[in-house]
Design a protein around this ligand. Sequence first.
Ligand SMILES: Cc1cc2nc3c(=O)[nH]c(=O)nc-3n(C[C@H](O)[C@H](O)[C@H](O)COP(=O)(O)OP(=O)(O)OC[C@H]3O[C@@H](n4cnc5c(N)ncnc54)[C@H](O)[C@@H]3O)c2cc1C
Length: 636
Amino acid sequence: MQLDAKIPAGPLAEKWQRHLFESRLVSPANKRKFTVIVVGGGLAGASAAATLAELGYQVKNFCLQDTPRRGHSIAAQGGINAAKNYQNDGDSDFRLFYDTIKGGDFRAREANVYRLAQLSCNIIDQAVAQGVPFAREYGGHLANRSFGGAQVSRTFYARGQTGQQLLLGAYGALMRQVQAGRITLFPRRELVELVVDEGRARGIITRNLLSGALERHAAHAVVLATGGYGNVYFLSTNAMNSNVSALWRAYQQGAGFANPCFVQIHPTCIPVHGEHQSKLTLMSESLRNDGRVWVPKTPGDNRPPDRIPETERDYYLENKYPAYGNLVPRDVASRNAKEQCDLGKGVGATGRAVYLDFAEAIKHDGETAIRCKYGNLFEMYERITARDPVREPMRIYPAVHYTMGGLWVDYDLMTTIPGLFALGEANFSDHGANRLGASALMQGLADGYFIIPATLGNYLAGAGATPLDQEHREFARAEKVAAERSARLLGARGKRTVDDFHRELGLLMWEHCGMARNRQGLEIAAQRIPEIREEFWKNVLVPGAAADLNQSLERAGRVADYLEFAELIVADALAREESCGCHLREEFQTGEQEAVRDDKHFAHVAVWEHRPGQPPARHREKLSFENVEPIRRSYT
Ligand SMILES: Cc1cc2nc3c(=O)[nH]c(=O)nc-3n(C[C@H](O)[C@H](O)[C@H](O)COP(=O)(O)OP(=O)(O)OC[C@H]3O[C@@H](n4cnc5c(N)ncnc54)[C@H](O)[C@@H]3O)c2cc1C
């Protein structure tokens, strides 16, 4: 597998402009001769589809939901970063770049991250022009708040509904192009196979989720913006139908999969409360602008919070990391919450929770001001827990939230399969081993609005507008593979439900490949996953038929893929014998449970290649740091 990141030459700040100039162009009159498939209608997919169509390409846009408006991006709460420096608090492109690359524990590419910082301000301008109702100051300026891993305020937000508002903006742009005839929407479709011909991505096979029919779609390029794979853990903050399947199909066809073990555990989620739960709810990081995290100083102290005096509380993040306090990055906050609970200082019935307390902020700013800032989050918390966070501290605990790993892409966001691109959470790109808060929306929209429109042209100009042929034997072959997979799932006629297998896999992954990992546990998981998979194919119960609306079949297909993919996550975690960002290998940590990186042996992206009938091959893309020094991350 050739891994050429194609990073442009020249000084860091000039690379992108230079690349834009040096890229080939498709002339306006020729753009309509190209058909582009965009799979995904979340922020990355919708922004890409709208912008490509605006340029003149013919776009086919696919999503699982009945409308792109319901993409998982709608759940994003807290905000989106941009280096506008409205606060005059010392922000700049370079500082955003530096914070992001340090936040990712120096496991991302300098050139990509710098470009992201440069494009961040354009995203805000674009969204404002679309009418996205960002919060404003009294004088009319857009407001900002702080997120983890930064000492400046650079997060733009629309209450706790930033993703929804941004998605409505992108959706408006998308629908304008539907009206103009340049986008055809295919809602309620699932990509079930990627079609590759002579080494190039040439189309997809989809399953119509309403009728069950398999459909062929040919194109000159395929863009995957299918989101993250956190649901491999069963319980996560992701939408129920977020999945790895499209990425897994691409991997099986030859696309390299990068850093699959980099999975972000978010520190502030509503704790697990029972065995029959299928979803976890995030409490946005923005709450840590005002909320203070604490536990009782004495293990086992189960007095109600208002009976525990100040002197007997441990504000452990503020004490341990005075420079960043409660706004340390997520990996650091999560690990510390686990450590406190492991010491017996966790609160609530299960002892797996810490407090997030707004009492002091309410005392200073008043209840109305705090409710204004976090109203919908407070409401969500109260509805789920029946407790009012104004009267007593929230109880929170870390949960699986975001996946930094994904398809390997070069600087043009192209995978190792020519003509196949990956955007947003689906690619591995910019967040290294840990993503800072409010930077996923930034990355997905930078990819969709600004990067792919240029880099796709560069590819298409070289590939040419060759004829599209859905009758080609590769389409027939791919369709047959998809039909056989469904038939096999339906044919098992076993006794256990899909969810039962998924839960078992998720618990295993959380236990052995979650917030903390070690060789012994990973080896247990590596041994157990194939056993669960074997039983799944013999004993899964998938009722109904393929040629019909069949949600059990949809879920079964996704869980079957998770049962293969989980093995790759574990292999990746085993091979990375260091701790970095979210990947804490217990063998490689300081006495204070801080990650110990091994730059000599692991300053690289691990890229996995599928080899049918053999174990996957691990390749490396070396990371070089010419503009920042990979220091040991410190937030004290
Ligand atoms: C609760 C929550 C809050 C968050 N808050 C923030 C925040 O405040 N700031 C921030 O920066 N980030 C936040 N994030 C992260 C951020 O929301 C996501 O990373 C981002 O929205 C992902 O966008 P995306 O377009 O890449 O994918 P998604 O929004 O997940 O979209 C994926 C699309 O692909 C489609 N799809 C998937 N598989 C298939 C298939 N096989 N066939 C066809 N279509 C398919 C889906 O239908 C969907 O349209 C949050 C995440 C969560 C879970």
